[in-house]
Design a protein around this ligand. Sequence first.
Ligand SMILES: [Zn+2]
Length: 267
Amino acid sequence: MTRRTASDRLRKALVVVVSLVAVLAVTGCDPLPVRQASHETNVFTPPPLPADARSRPLGRPGPLPADTGPYKITLTQGTSQAPVAYDPCRPIHYVTNRASKPRNGDAVLREALARLGAATGLHFHDDGATTEVPVPHRPDFQPKRYGNRWAPVLISWSDPQDLADLDGPVVGIGYSDSYGDPGQRRYVSGTVVLDGPQINEWLKQSGGRARARAIIEHELGHLVGLGHVHDPHEIMNPDASVSTTDYGPGDLHGLALLGTGRCFRDA
Ligand SMILES: [Zn+2]
């Protein structure tokens, strides 16, 4: 990580949040190890129920294919095999750092988010641009920047020079952080980092747009709780040589499950 500033260190010091499970999602090579960390304090007061939370899910997953396939849930509740998921009764807010955005990056990102929304039923709300840069152990609660709420998901068009994790074959990273007691955990925020220069090169090539969208769909799959499967028909396959360009049957079954998690009336 370069460009570490005093404010970065301050934000890092403000990490008061919850257990965190981060999966470095790697597309183009074998996955990096699952990274787990725990940040617990006894002084953290979670943000209040957001005003846009509803008592019913905002949407529902699209029809499932007759075919089945493998999928992997990144994190389960511990007390059961139920997945940890985003709360479907409230929008998932996101902000975008466009520092290294390809020319058509916004459009491709919108397409990928639309496909994720259709597959999960989750609603994504664009909170606009941010200058926040991805950092390890990003705080999920940044009231000075985002107010008294969970920090929105950070989607960052980055560059290997700014983020060493994007060096080499790594094209994207995606993960979310969970909050709550065992059995009641839910994802509250997350990060997707995309290699802007690499994806920009793809977008200039024939078929590159589908490839770029597939990478984003893969990282968004990690964001909402899918892990890797080594099946050539699934987009959650980490092998970039696979030509799958949209969610496969296993992906869709997993995403539907992750889109129908519990609704919470706290935090
Ligand atoms: Zn991955």
